[in-house]
Design a protein around this ligand. Structure first.
Ligand code: GYE
Length: 333
């Protein structure tokens, strides 16, 4: 009888040990994107950034981090490395740690409803920045601050119309380098551009592909379209990173960007302004990454239970080849 009891107690200990191990493994299997948060007394903001794919992005991240530091805001930063599933995991980590506010840059417009419902259930307000989201229930987030991408696209289209208004060429052939598929900014830049040009049938977009806002992909696409077409009049690039890749490929072929082919680019990082000054691009449309102070101010208002504007666009300019380019201040990125 005693032996039986000993067997049972050993079995019981093994079961308990197995349960402890499996629960520990289970925790690690659910490994959170955020390992710990030390609170320095300020509000805690969970910031989900999409990655570091461009100079614009790294400047945007730095702007938010510096603004948070100046205000004594505890910023919990996650770099999603261009993956939406990493952003969703990060948002869930922020919810688990019960941050005061969530700020996030949605890499694409769709797929956020469930995790934002979880944030609302947890009573955590959400500020969307830079790129927009499409959700069934607009109450899932408190507001948006960022760029007006359709306006950027319209400005690009208006520049093309002005540039060729004296030309008697029957058909103006346009190549478009599209940004990240499914992102609100690429969709907006494409829509705005077409809104202007669709009323003028001699302007034809003969090639449009996504370079994912990456310089390397811009180079690869340029190799492809320069081999495909020998009568390109305009290149419209959704960001400077891709533009720099195209310029490299064109110059390898002895082509003169900005002279043989009209070039329009968006962001206005220093390298693009330098290319404008050198005559390698003809129009640079600003997309302002330095939104950190406004973002942190809005986050503080949300943490204090205040309402914020639903939609807030940041100030942006357009730089033309005909401007006095010596007046352009250093861009800082
Ligand atoms: O134009 C590009 C970055 O979302 C506006 O993303 C941003 C875009 C920007 O990679 O350089």
């Amino acid at each position: 009888m005693v032996r039986r009891k000993k067997q049972l107690s050993t079995l019981f200990s093994i079961i308990i040990l197995a349960m402890i191990i499996s629960s520990l493994l289970g925790c690690s299997a659910q490994k959170k994107r955020v390992s710990h948060i030390e609170n320095n007394g300020g509000i805690i903001v969970g910031f989900s950034q999409i990655g570091a794919e461009s100079a614009w992005r790294t400047c945007n991240t730095r702007s938010v981090q510096e603004a948070a530091s100046r205000r004594g805001v505890q910023l919990v930063y996650d770099n999603a490395e261009q993956k939406q599933e990493n952003q969703i995991k990060a948002l869930r980590s922020f919810i688990a740690y019960q941050v005061d506010v969530i700020v996030f840059v949605p890499i694409v417009t769709d797929g956020w409803d469930n995790v934002l419902q979880e944030a609302r259930d947890a009573g955590i307000p959400v500020l969307v920045t830079d790129r927009k989201i499409d959700v069934e229930d607009q109450g899932l987030y408190a507001g948006f601050i960022g760029t007006d991408s359709p306006k950027e696209g319209r400005n690009a289209g208006l520049f093309v119309l002005d540039k060729f208004k004296e030309s008697d060429k029957e058909q103006i052939n346009i190549v478009e380098l599209f940004g990240t598929e499914g992102s609100s900014v690429a969709i907006g830049r494409a829509d705005g551009f077409r809104e202007v040009l669709d009323e003028h049938p001699r302007y034809r977009i003969i090639y449009s592909k996504s370079g994912d806002f990456l310089r390397s992909r811009g180079y690869e696409l340029a190799v492809e379209f320069l081999d495909l077409y020998d009568d390109i009049d305009v290149i419209y690039s959704h960001n400077d990173g891709m533009t720099l890749g195209v310029i490299e490929a064109m110059e390898e072929r002895g082509l003169r960007p900005g002279k043989d082919i009209v070039f329009i680019t968006i962001d206005a990082q220093q390298a693009a302004i330098d290319a404008l000054i050198e005559g390698k691009v003809n129009c640079v449309i600003e997309c302002n990454p330095k939104t950190g102070p406004e973002i942190i101010e809005l986050a503080e208002r949300l943490a204090a239970g205040e309402s914020i504007p639903r939609l807030q666009y940041v100030h942006e300019e357009v730089f033309y080849e005909t401007d006095d380019l010596s007046l352009i201040a250093p861009r800082g990125y």
